[in-house]
Design a protein around this ligand. Sequence first.
Ligand SMILES: *Cc1c(COP(=O)(O)O)cnc(C)c1O
Ligand code: SF4
Length: 455
Amino acid sequence: MLTSGQSEGDASVASSSTPSADDAQPPSLATSSSLSTGKLQECIATEQWQDWRWHMRNRIRTVAQLREWMPTLKVSPGLLSAAEKFPLAITPHYASLIRQMDSSDPIYLMCVPQMQELCDPKFLCDDPLEEDEDMPVPGLVHRYGDRALLISTTTCSTYCRHCTRKRVAGMHESSISPRRLQQVVTYLLAHPEIHDVIVSGGDPLTMATENLERVLSSLRSVPSIDIIRIGTRVPVVMPQRVTDELVGMLRKFHPLYINTHFNHPNELTADSVAACAKLVDAGIPMGNQSVLLRGVNDHPKIIETLCRNLIRSRVRPYYLFQCDLVRGVEHFRTPLSRGIEIMEYLRGRLSGLAIPTFVVDAPHGGGKIPLLPNYIVSSSPTHTVLRNFEGMIVSYPEPGMSSETPQALPENVAPGVWELSSGQATSILPAASNRHNRRRRKAMPLFGQPAETSE
Ligand SMILES: *Cc1c(COP(=O)(O)O)cnc(C)c1O
Ligand code: SF4
């Protein structure tokens, strides 16, 4: 039996140029490691590898440094032009995660400049979310009533090729000045409806601990601020930064939440998992915001693996973002149907705790819009007809209908959707569902011996 849900899924597969959920092997879960030459290999075992300041000082920032650190890299003219156009920085830690020195590698794609970044269709722009229009004070984006986003620094340890804030991140590197911070506090004091401030950037955890502490304590001086969130990719690209000293400072500012940005299972190294554990152990709940990127993670099984590994590391998948319409990311964009297809795959297969919300951040500053497959099949005043992930269709009786006694269908008539929406039948089951076969075989009482069902 083909349900409406299944045929929709098929349609989205057909219209997508990327591999479908049915492909046996996702493209980038390869495990071979071919990167074992050059400066990286020499440094990896040294003591300084554990020092985040060493990683900051030794970021790969130029094409000459790329050549030095990654001798097997092929430097094309396209790479050179892209490196001139958008900021380049890669921590030695993140560079060491590259397993294949070409665009088949997800980590490579996210940090090494590529010719495709020069593709510049006219619907892409520098500030697609129009954040600059929503800044009452420079650096503070106030879009939603109850929360605001603070750009506390423009520095990141690694610049993501897919960054949505390229107009800010890395164009020049600086952190918020005490004078600016005072203006922000003044605005927050005048707007007690703001209860939640997201400290973002750039990457706030690249700041010196005392500078970040200055930001956090200024925010905490505003009585109407309930929670502070930090948005950071440091646990992914420079986990060495999560030191006891940093965590000791952060825990003074509870309730504090951290959202990080893992996109691929290869990023969840032992060091990264340990960094997250340290933060969670300090009472900081951690969430993850991934971006759906073509060739990196645009496959249901990659996202499933990522989410399973995250939740095991006590990091709760929060958002899965559609790629924004920012310059330089055209090659990363996937059709919206791909995200919907991934959500279809996850629901029912994966613990609800591990399922993120798929969102599109709307152009023109429309904000985040969640997207899901359609689960409502039909509705009438008396019944709403829903389908589940298996293709089972069920009728949900609306309140106040208890006195109605719908006509029962004759024995030999198979119900259709109308029979469900008019209350003449309650469900339509897909043939040969595993779950229903399981149910038929044994009915397990909660206590005592399993009993055979009367069929
Ligand atoms: C994403 C975002 C927020 C936070 O949104 P949540 O859905 O609460 O996570 C707040 N302000 C701006 C400008 C944002 O882009
Ligand atoms: S860490 Fe965030 S702000 Fe920095 S480059 Fe990556 S996406 Fe942009």
